[in-house]
Design a protein around this ligand. Structure first.
Ligand code: HEC
Length: 142
């Protein structure tokens, strides 16, 4: 067998082995309930409540308080403009338009400030898709 093909097969085997040990977490349904439970409570690995559950305070959470429950978070996010120093005026969640939703952009390519969760784990592709789909489908309180 030519050496190049052997090398390619070994690379593929390594890739498959790597994926097997790091299976991405499956994403839940594109509902606000599932997304909230995935991201906000302190028990999750994303822990948005750790900073954004606090009252709005520019130093610790960019003036974005989403409270400590799902209903408060929904009200604080959907259709609301950012009041933070860096992202002022950008809408956090624009129903039907993920590209015009700062809250979504913050997960991977923020137009201002840092990626969220600050210093925390990144959402995987399936989770990003879950959030994108929820917004595309109208960001309903579901
Ligand atoms: C360790 C604290 C911390 C955690 C955890 C955290 N954030 Fe933040 N967040 C901040 C700070 C500080 C800012 C302001 C600076 C910036 O925009 O980068 C901010 C800004 C934001 C903004 C922009 C707010 C605005 O109105 O301009 C969004 C949206 C946001 N965070 C979403 C999230 C989400 C969603 C999570 C969980 C996945 C999360 N953050 C986790 C500290 C945190």
């Amino acid at each position: 067998m030519p050496a190049l093909i052997v090398k390619r097969m070994m690379a593929l085997a390594l890739l498959v082995a790597g994926c097997a040990t790091q299976a991405p977490e499956p994403a839940g349904p594109p509902t606000f309930t599932a997304i909230y439970e995935m991201l906000y409570p302190r028990a999750t690995k994303y822990q948005c409540n750790f900073c954004h559950g606090l009252p709005a305070n520019e130093k610790s959470n960019g003036m974005l308080s989403t409270g400590m429950d799902q209903a408060t978070a929904y009200t604080a996010l959907v259709g609301m403009p950012s009041t933070g120093a860096m992202c002022q005026g950008l809408v956090l969640v624009t129903p039907g338009d993920p590209d015009a939703s700062l809250w979504f952009q913050k997960f991977f390519d923020p137009p201002c400030g840092d990626r969220m969760p600050l210093a925390g784990a990144k959402l995987n592709a399936a989770q990003l898709d879950q959030v994108r789909t929820w917004i595309l489908e109208g960001a309903q309180d579901n």
